[in-house]
Design a protein. Structure first.
Length: 255
Protein backbone atom coordinates (compact mmCIF):
# COMPACT_ATOMS: atom_id res chain seq x y z
CA UNK A 1 0.00 0.00 0.00
CA UNK A 2 1.43 3.46 -0.90
CA UNK A 3 2.31 5.90 1.85
CA UNK A 4 -0.08 8.76 2.63
CA UNK A 5 0.24 11.46 0.02
CA UNK A 6 1.88 9.11 -2.49
CA UNK A 7 0.06 8.61 -5.81
CA UNK A 8 -0.63 5.02 -6.83
CA UNK A 9 1.36 3.73 -9.78
CA UNK A 10 -0.55 3.25 -13.04
CA UNK A 11 0.65 0.37 -15.20
CA UNK A 12 2.16 1.50 -18.51
CA UNK A 13 -0.42 -0.40 -20.58
CA UNK A 14 -3.33 1.17 -18.67
CA UNK A 15 -1.75 4.62 -18.99
CA UNK A 16 -1.32 4.19 -22.73
CA UNK A 17 -4.99 3.14 -23.04
CA UNK A 18 -6.16 6.17 -21.03
CA UNK A 19 -4.07 8.52 -23.15
CA UNK A 20 -5.30 6.90 -26.39
CA UNK A 21 -8.93 7.24 -25.30
CA UNK A 22 -8.38 10.89 -24.36
CA UNK A 23 -6.73 11.61 -27.70
CA UNK A 24 -9.56 9.89 -29.57
CA UNK A 25 -12.16 11.91 -27.65
CA UNK A 26 -10.25 15.13 -28.34
CA UNK A 27 -10.00 14.28 -32.04
CA UNK A 28 -13.74 13.59 -32.26
CA UNK A 29 -14.52 16.87 -30.51
CA UNK A 30 -12.14 18.79 -32.78
CA UNK A 31 -13.73 17.19 -35.85
CA UNK A 32 -17.24 18.14 -34.75
CA UNK A 33 -16.08 21.61 -33.70
CA UNK A 34 -14.37 22.39 -37.00
CA UNK A 35 -16.89 20.74 -39.32
CA UNK A 36 -19.84 22.49 -37.68
CA UNK A 37 -21.74 24.74 -40.10
CA UNK A 38 -22.37 27.12 -37.21
CA UNK A 39 -19.89 29.69 -36.01
CA UNK A 40 -18.70 28.38 -32.64
CA UNK A 41 -16.21 29.11 -29.89
CA UNK A 42 -15.26 28.20 -26.34
CA UNK A 43 -15.06 30.69 -23.47
CA UNK A 44 -13.64 30.28 -20.01
CA UNK A 45 -15.63 31.53 -17.03
CA UNK A 46 -14.02 34.97 -17.32
CA UNK A 47 -15.51 35.28 -20.80
CA UNK A 48 -12.15 34.94 -22.56
CA UNK A 49 -12.25 33.22 -25.94
CA UNK A 50 -10.01 30.15 -25.68
CA UNK A 51 -10.88 28.52 -29.00
CA UNK A 52 -12.86 29.29 -32.16
CA UNK A 53 -13.73 27.23 -35.20
CA UNK A 54 -12.77 28.01 -38.77
CA UNK A 55 -16.38 28.73 -39.72
CA UNK A 56 -16.47 31.72 -37.38
CA UNK A 57 -13.08 32.99 -38.53
CA UNK A 58 -14.01 32.67 -42.22
CA UNK A 59 -17.38 34.37 -41.69
CA UNK A 60 -15.66 37.43 -40.27
CA UNK A 61 -12.48 37.33 -42.34
CA UNK A 62 -10.35 37.28 -39.17
CA UNK A 63 -7.23 35.44 -38.10
CA UNK A 64 -7.13 33.28 -34.97
CA UNK A 65 -4.63 35.54 -33.19
CA UNK A 66 -7.00 38.51 -33.64
CA UNK A 67 -9.63 36.76 -31.56
CA UNK A 68 -8.32 34.08 -29.18
CA UNK A 69 -7.20 35.26 -25.77
CA UNK A 70 -9.51 38.27 -25.64
CA UNK A 71 -12.71 38.84 -23.67
CA UNK A 72 -15.39 37.70 -26.08
CA UNK A 73 -17.13 41.10 -26.14
CA UNK A 74 -13.83 42.68 -27.25
CA UNK A 75 -13.33 40.33 -30.20
CA UNK A 76 -13.68 41.95 -33.65
CA UNK A 77 -17.07 40.48 -34.51
CA UNK A 78 -18.69 42.94 -32.08
CA UNK A 79 -16.47 46.00 -32.63
CA UNK A 80 -19.12 48.02 -34.46
CA UNK A 81 -21.34 48.84 -31.48
CA UNK A 82 -20.74 49.45 -27.76
CA UNK A 83 -24.37 48.41 -27.18
CA UNK A 84 -23.81 45.04 -28.83
CA UNK A 85 -20.58 44.58 -26.87
CA UNK A 86 -22.53 45.23 -23.66
CA UNK A 87 -25.12 42.66 -24.78
CA UNK A 88 -22.40 40.06 -25.33
CA UNK A 89 -20.94 40.79 -21.89
CA UNK A 90 -24.44 40.31 -20.44
CA UNK A 91 -24.75 37.02 -22.33
CA UNK A 92 -21.51 35.82 -20.76
CA UNK A 93 -22.74 36.72 -17.28
CA UNK A 94 -25.98 34.88 -18.02
CA UNK A 95 -24.05 31.79 -19.11
CA UNK A 96 -21.78 31.83 -16.06
CA UNK A 97 -24.94 31.87 -13.94
CA UNK A 98 -26.04 28.67 -15.70
CA UNK A 99 -28.64 30.09 -18.06
CA UNK A 100 -28.88 30.07 -21.84
CA UNK A 101 -28.87 33.32 -23.83
CA UNK A 102 -30.19 33.77 -27.36
CA UNK A 103 -30.81 36.82 -29.56
CA UNK A 104 -30.53 38.06 -33.13
CA UNK A 105 -27.51 40.37 -33.10
CA UNK A 106 -25.51 42.34 -35.64
CA UNK A 107 -21.85 41.44 -36.13
CA UNK A 108 -19.10 43.02 -38.19
CA UNK A 109 -16.70 41.50 -40.68
CA UNK A 110 -13.18 42.53 -41.60
CA UNK A 111 -14.24 44.84 -44.44
CA UNK A 112 -16.39 46.85 -42.01
CA UNK A 113 -19.75 45.64 -43.29
CA UNK A 114 -22.50 44.61 -40.89
CA UNK A 115 -24.26 41.26 -40.93
CA UNK A 116 -26.72 39.50 -38.59
CA UNK A 117 -26.41 36.35 -36.53
CA UNK A 118 -28.84 34.09 -34.69
CA UNK A 119 -26.59 34.12 -31.63
CA UNK A 120 -26.76 31.71 -28.69
CA UNK A 121 -24.53 31.17 -25.68
CA UNK A 122 -24.84 27.92 -23.72
CA UNK A 123 -23.22 26.92 -20.42
CA UNK A 124 -21.58 23.49 -20.19
CA UNK A 125 -21.82 21.67 -16.86
CA UNK A 126 -19.75 19.01 -15.15
CA UNK A 127 -21.22 15.92 -13.49
CA UNK A 128 -21.89 17.90 -10.33
CA UNK A 129 -23.87 20.59 -12.14
CA UNK A 130 -21.18 23.27 -12.06
CA UNK A 131 -20.58 25.47 -15.11
CA UNK A 132 -17.12 24.64 -16.48
CA UNK A 133 -17.05 26.62 -19.75
CA UNK A 134 -19.31 28.45 -22.22
CA UNK A 135 -20.06 27.73 -25.87
CA UNK A 136 -21.18 30.65 -28.08
CA UNK A 137 -22.64 29.74 -31.47
CA UNK A 138 -24.05 31.72 -34.34
CA UNK A 139 -25.78 31.21 -37.69
CA UNK A 140 -25.75 33.97 -40.28
CA UNK A 141 -29.30 35.24 -40.87
CA UNK A 142 -28.47 38.40 -42.81
CA UNK A 143 -30.62 37.49 -45.81
CA UNK A 144 -33.54 36.49 -43.59
CA UNK A 145 -33.20 39.78 -41.70
CA UNK A 146 -33.11 41.72 -44.99
CA UNK A 147 -36.31 40.03 -46.18
CA UNK A 148 -38.04 40.67 -42.84
CA UNK A 149 -37.06 44.34 -43.00
CA UNK A 150 -38.25 44.58 -46.61
CA UNK A 151 -41.56 42.96 -45.65
CA UNK A 152 -42.03 45.39 -42.75
CA UNK A 153 -41.25 48.38 -44.97
CA UNK A 154 -43.68 47.16 -47.65
CA UNK A 155 -46.36 46.61 -45.02
CA UNK A 156 -45.84 50.16 -43.73
CA UNK A 157 -46.10 51.59 -47.25
CA UNK A 158 -49.25 49.56 -47.89
CA UNK A 159 -50.80 50.78 -44.63
CA UNK A 160 -50.01 54.39 -45.54
CA UNK A 161 -51.53 53.94 -49.01
CA UNK A 162 -54.66 52.33 -47.59
CA UNK A 163 -55.17 55.14 -45.09
CA UNK A 164 -54.64 57.78 -47.78
CA UNK A 165 -57.24 56.10 -49.98
CA UNK A 166 -59.66 55.35 -47.13
CA UNK A 167 -59.29 51.64 -47.90
CA UNK A 168 -58.98 48.48 -45.83
CA UNK A 169 -58.00 44.88 -46.58
CA UNK A 170 -59.35 41.51 -45.59
CA UNK A 171 -58.91 37.85 -46.46
CA UNK A 172 -61.15 34.88 -45.85
CA UNK A 173 -60.81 31.11 -45.91
CA UNK A 174 -63.25 28.52 -44.55
CA UNK A 175 -60.95 28.31 -41.52
CA UNK A 176 -60.42 31.97 -40.65
CA UNK A 177 -60.91 35.63 -41.54
CA UNK A 178 -58.14 38.21 -41.33
CA UNK A 179 -58.92 41.93 -41.24
CA UNK A 180 -56.55 44.88 -41.37
CA UNK A 181 -56.70 47.43 -38.55
CA UNK A 182 -58.23 49.86 -41.02
CA UNK A 183 -61.23 47.59 -41.55
CA UNK A 184 -61.97 47.45 -37.83
CA UNK A 185 -61.70 51.24 -37.78
CA UNK A 186 -63.93 51.62 -40.85
CA UNK A 187 -66.64 49.49 -39.25
CA UNK A 188 -66.20 51.24 -35.91
CA UNK A 189 -65.69 48.03 -33.95
CA UNK A 190 -62.96 46.94 -31.56
CA UNK A 191 -59.93 45.08 -33.00
CA UNK A 192 -60.33 42.69 -30.07
CA UNK A 193 -63.41 41.21 -31.76
CA UNK A 194 -62.96 38.05 -33.81
CA UNK A 195 -63.33 38.82 -37.54
CA UNK A 196 -65.76 36.72 -39.57
CA UNK A 197 -68.21 37.19 -42.46
CA UNK A 198 -71.08 36.99 -39.94
CA UNK A 199 -69.59 39.81 -37.87
CA UNK A 200 -69.13 41.89 -41.01
CA UNK A 201 -72.72 41.31 -42.11
CA UNK A 202 -73.90 42.66 -38.75
CA UNK A 203 -72.47 46.06 -39.76
CA UNK A 204 -74.20 46.14 -43.14
CA UNK A 205 -77.30 48.31 -43.67
CA UNK A 206 -80.39 46.06 -43.46
CA UNK A 207 -81.64 47.19 -46.88
CA UNK A 208 -78.35 46.11 -48.50
CA UNK A 209 -77.67 42.90 -46.61
CA UNK A 210 -79.51 40.38 -48.83
CA UNK A 211 -77.84 41.61 -52.04
CA UNK A 212 -74.40 41.61 -50.40
CA UNK A 213 -74.83 38.06 -49.09
CA UNK A 214 -75.92 36.93 -52.55
CA UNK A 215 -72.84 38.53 -54.16
CA UNK A 216 -70.64 36.92 -51.51
CA UNK A 217 -72.18 33.50 -52.04
CA UNK A 218 -71.78 33.67 -55.82
CA UNK A 219 -68.10 34.56 -55.43
CA UNK A 220 -67.39 31.73 -52.98
CA UNK A 221 -69.34 29.32 -55.22
CA UNK A 222 -67.01 30.14 -58.11
CA UNK A 223 -69.40 32.29 -60.13
CA UNK A 224 -66.99 35.18 -60.56
CA UNK A 225 -65.02 37.59 -58.42
CA UNK A 226 -66.50 39.74 -55.68
CA UNK A 227 -67.50 43.33 -56.62
CA UNK A 228 -70.33 45.01 -54.76
CA UNK A 229 -71.35 48.41 -53.38
CA UNK A 230 -73.33 48.64 -50.16
CA UNK A 231 -73.81 50.67 -47.02
CA UNK A 232 -72.54 50.02 -43.52
CA UNK A 233 -73.95 51.42 -40.29
CA UNK A 234 -71.36 52.32 -37.68
CA UNK A 235 -72.13 51.96 -33.95
CA UNK A 236 -72.57 55.75 -33.71
CA UNK A 237 -75.34 55.55 -36.35
CA UNK A 238 -73.35 57.10 -39.18
CA UNK A 239 -73.82 55.48 -42.59
CA UNK A 240 -70.99 54.98 -45.05
CA UNK A 241 -70.97 53.69 -48.61
CA UNK A 242 -68.43 50.93 -49.19
CA UNK A 243 -67.21 49.25 -52.35
CA UNK A 244 -66.16 45.65 -51.72
CA UNK A 245 -63.68 44.08 -54.13
CA UNK A 246 -62.26 40.58 -53.83
CA UNK A 247 -60.54 37.95 -55.96
CA UNK A 248 -61.33 34.30 -55.31
CA UNK A 249 -58.38 31.90 -55.24
CA UNK A 250 -58.83 28.15 -55.24
CA UNK A 251 -56.62 25.22 -54.32
CA UNK A 252 -55.65 22.29 -56.56
CA UNK A 253 -58.93 20.53 -55.68
CA UNK A 254 -60.94 23.51 -56.89
CA UNK A 255 -62.14 24.47 -53.42
Amino acid sequence: MPDAGELPQVPDEQLRRILAEAQATTAKFRGLFEQNLYMAGILDLDGVLTDVNQTALAAGGYQRDECVGKPFWETPWWRGSPEVQATIELAVSTGVAGRRFRATLPYWVADGSQRYSDFALNPVFDDEGRVIFLVPTGADVTEQKRLETLHEENAQRMAMALRAGHMATWSWTPEESVWSDDLFEMLGISPDETPSPERFFQAVHPDDLAALQEAWQKATDGQGDYHHEFRIVRPDGRIRWVRGVGEVQRGPSGE
